[in-house]
Write a protein that binds this ligand. Structure first.
Ligand code: SF4
Ligand code: SF4
Length: 308
């Protein structure tokens, strides 16, 4: 069994308890305007272009079997590689030949088909770092779009004594949750907005499925942390904080939440993939504002921390 893996990141301390190896799976049904991992949205292999590394040598265009790269202006006349070099994504199949041909690392392939066993080998290699709390986390994208892969990986991990964790948007078929949760030690479940219209405006879908899955997960999961991406101008209002707290207390007797402050670290990947980034130029919230939101949750009876 295989899945498209964007990245396997070792030594993470932000994706569940302890030190973890995070397996990022490629593909997501939501289109969050602030997404920091745009390379994980599409369920296909993609090729990104980093203009600052390009020397405009033209080798990539020469090897592309589909004529998808235009370096016609790859000459001294072009003001910059960004202006000169274009990938036509309507023609690109993600074959990766251009990235192999580029000697300068200016073309990046996002996505590699990996078997469960290959992925497990990569996870097991880091086992010495996990200590008592750490382990593997599957993230994305939306990892629960690949329930059989996640379940098979987790079965291997559990047999090896490696703790398992899922980071989910909750935008998935409830059957996928039911398939993977029994093999999951820690569940990180995103709650973005309690107002369905606002949710749809900023993520492309209403929150109905997500809230119903949150309720389901809270009922059957032994360790669940609700994560709230704190996005300026979207969900940082008093009204939404209050409604989120009420919802969490309704579905769980002792809810724990974690705020994930918005950041702009994904900006360069939007540029590399030549896709629009609605949050370009939007500043991160000041930390005192984030701390006020945390205090707000605590005053409403939610055990709340901030992801740093
Ligand atoms: S992306 Fe690489 S191969 Fe293509 S023109 Fe630039 S430096 Fe040359
Ligand atoms: S990934 Fe393949 S099809 Fe796409 S631009 Fe590169 S060589 Fe062409």
């Amino acid at each position: 069994m295989q899945a498209l893996v964007t990245n396997i990141q070792g030594y993470s301390i932000h994706d569940g308890p302890g030190i973890r190896t995070v397996v990022f799976l490629k593909g997501c049904g939501l289109r969050c305007k602030w997404c920091a991992n745009p390379e994980c949205i599409s369920g296909s292999v993609q090729t990104g272009f980093i203009d600052s590394l390009c020397t405009m040598c033209g080798k990539c265009a020469a090897v592309c079997p589909h004529g998808a790269i235009n370096t016609a202006a790859a000459s001294a006349e072009a003001a910059s590689a960004e202006a000169a070099h274009r990938i036509n994504y309507d023609l690109c199949t993600g074959c990766g030949r251009c990235a192999d041909a580029c000697s300068y690392g200016a073309l990046v392939r996002y996505g590699k088909m990996m078997s469960v066993e290959e992925t497990f080998d990569a996870v097991r290699r880091d086992k010495m770092f996990y200590g008592d709390d750490g382990g593997v986390t599957v993230s994305g994208g939306e990892p629960l779009l690949f329930p059989d892969f996640a379940a098979a990986l987790f079965e291997l991990c559990r047999n090896e004594g490696i703790s398992t964790c899922v980071e989910t948007s909750g935008f998935t078929d409830p059957d996928n949750l039911l398939r993977v949760i029994p093999l999951t030690d820690h569940l990180l479940f995103d709650i973005k907005h309690l107002n369905s219209g606002a949710h749809r405006e900023y993520t492309s879908h209403t929150n109905d499925l997500i809230l119903s899955n949150a309720r389901l997960a809270a009922a059957i999961c032994t360790d669940i942390l609700f994560r709230i991406p704190l996005i300026p101008g979207f969900n940082d209002t008093i009204e939404n904080i209050r409604e989120t707290a009420v919802f969490l207390k309704e579905i769980h007797s002792d809810p724990k939440a974690q705020i994930m402050p918005y950041h702009r670290l994904g900006d360069s990947k939007y540029k590399a993939l030549d896709i629009p980034y609605d949050f370009r130029g939007v500043d991160a919230l000041p930390m005192d504002r984030v701390e006020k939101v945390r205090e707000g949750f605590i005053s409403l009876g939610i055990d709340c921390s901030i992801s740093v």
